[in-house]
Design a protein around this ligand. Structure first.
Ligand code: ASP
Length: 341
């Protein structure tokens, strides 16, 4: 039987970094050396090809140009490969996995993001297990049909839906969590796949890659004592088209008149305002408390249990479409790629 073809896309991140001998600072190095450091890869039951960003980046420099580049690589190689593993820095991996989940419409193959907390050359590195298991997961198939047919993130023995993840720790190997959706698979002595949690859609149409994003958005995290000039300054930002407000608990905010009035005016001007909770688990239920009823009243969109990372991605993505405010609210509040419950 034909072995699965897997494309490794190296974008940068700690996984492929080395310490500068003089300064001790971690910098990206070339991908070929990365493979030399993991000879075990040759033992895997798949055929691996690699492609690398010309200049690998620390993912803190991630932006829509790089997202488009990743999506285009997948599009150009979609027919030839059975699965894709994207090596990426962990800092913004959840954002990238979320964006790619929206960009890749009708996706029926695995796209697994992974990286590591320690460089591949480090004696105690977590890179090898992350990389090898990601490749194995991307290679799984039943009767030639890939088991995983969505954008995922694999880190420290767990496979998550990419657009449900958030980076929770800057030093533990267990750096990610998916607070509102269970893990899709776990790696122990056996690879345990939670089949009932995977996306199973079969699309009539082929893969469509939509890379148009609008970055005229903002994220405002509420805190007790937030001042009117600050909120005003954000709402007056030139060109602003969408704003995510990170509210308290189940979507609550101050009921002070200045705050509600400023938001109402901005919404009436055409700004799309999304309510996302600043809690790491659970979601927004507008109208549950008095402190969220007014937000619902003035036309704020519910982010439900979406992460801020996925909300950023979805907002940029939907703003790339020319749709009415009603349609915008309808699509934002609906799960498009399993990003909300
Ligand atoms: N700063 C690094 C990056 O995100 C951290 C990592 O790779 O984990 O590129």
């Amino acid at each position: 039987m034909r072995k699965p073809n897997i494309l490794l896309i190296y974008t940068g991140g700690t996984i492929g970094m080395v310490k500068d001998a003089d300064t001790g600072v971690l910098k990206a190095f070339d991908f070929d050396s990365l493979l030399v450091r993991i000879p075990e890869i040759r033992l895997l039951e798949c055929v691996i090809e690699t492609v690398s960003f010309e200049e690998p980046i620390d993912s803190s420099n991630m932006n829509p140009i790089y997202w488009e580049a990743m999506a285009k690589i997948i599009e150009a190689n979609y027919e030839k490969f059975d699965g894709f593993v994207v090596l990426h820095g962990s800092d913004t991996m959840s954002y990238s996995a979320s964006v790619l989940s929206f960009m890749l419409e009708n996706l029926e193959k695995p796209v697994v993001f992974t990286g590591s907390q320690l460089p591949i050359g480090d004696l105690r590195t977590d890179a090898k297990e992350n990389l090898i298991t990601s490749i194995q997961l991307a290679s799984l198939h039943n009767d030639r049909i890939p088991v995983i047919r969505e954008v995922c993130l694999y880190f420290e023995y767990k496979l998550y839906r990419g657009n449900r993840t958030t980076k929770i720790n800057a030093e533990h190997f267990e750096a990610f969590d998916s607070p509102n959706y269970p893990t899709l698979a776990e790696s122990g002595v056996h690879l345990k796949i939670n089949d009932e949690l995977l996306r199973k859609e079969k699309y009539k149409e082929k893969l469509i890659v939509r890379t148009q994003l609008d970055t005229n958005i903002g994220v405002l995290k509420l805190f007790p004592g937030i001042s009117e000039p600050l909120v005003q300054a954000i709402l007056n930002t030139k060109g602003l088209r969408g704003l995510i407000i990170e509210t308290y608990g189940s979507g609550n905010a101050t009921t002070e008149k200045w705050f509600i009035d400023l938001l109402e005016k901005a919404i009436n001007r055409g700004l799309h305002v999304i309510n996302v909770t600043q809690c790491s688990g659970g979601g927004v239920i507008m109208g549950k408390y008095d402190t969220s009823s007014q937000l619902e009243h003035i036309g704020i969109i519910s982010g439900k249990d979406i992460t801020t990372e996925a909300a950023v991605a979805k907002l940029m993505y939907l703003l790339g479409y020319n749709i009415s405010s009603e349609e915008f609210q309808f699509y934002f509040e609906k799960s498009l790629r399993g990003e909300m419950t």
